[in-house]
Write a protein of this length. Sequence first.
Length: 207
Amino acid sequence: MDDSLPSSHRFPFGLAGTYLILWAVLAINPVMRDVWWAENLPVLGVFGLLAATYPKFRFSNLAYTLMAVWMILHTIGGHYTFANVPFDFVTDFFGFERNHFDRLGHFSIGFYAFPIAEFLTRKKLAKPAVVYLFSLFAIMALAAGYEIIEWWYAALAGGEAGIEFLGSQGDIWDAQKDMLADTLGAVTALLIFRFTKRKSDEDTPPA
């Protein structure tokens, strides 16, 4: 890595570079190219937004790491389709009847509650209680919105592409379980935010 790059920027730049390499590899011969586009457009949108706003607002390394988890999982799901990601070792170990890789992906969406809370806190836009509630509700609203998008795409695309993008695998409660996974991920992220913020406050010497 270029030694002229400030050390504070090396982690996010390295993380971004690593992800782009992974994305390029997984862009080669995906299982279904139309599903790959549908799954990757949101990821590219988030990546582009973070890159564009980086000069104005830099999140913590932990926030970037949590956001990268969803990008990586979603990119893998886009390559294989979520229902067909090689995840048999987990399915067989726990005796599941379906591939739960998509649940893991939804859980990781909840991690974005962390950067939301971090942004609101550092910009001093809300009091702590509002920060936590807004971050949680924002993820819950996003989860519901994404389930609607999945429904629209499945209805419009139809056929195998629609089924693979929907990824319900025959579970009539799939949408509800996905939203629950998003919410649990958000709760987990906010607990991490609370713990790290408290530790940061304790380590900061009094003025």
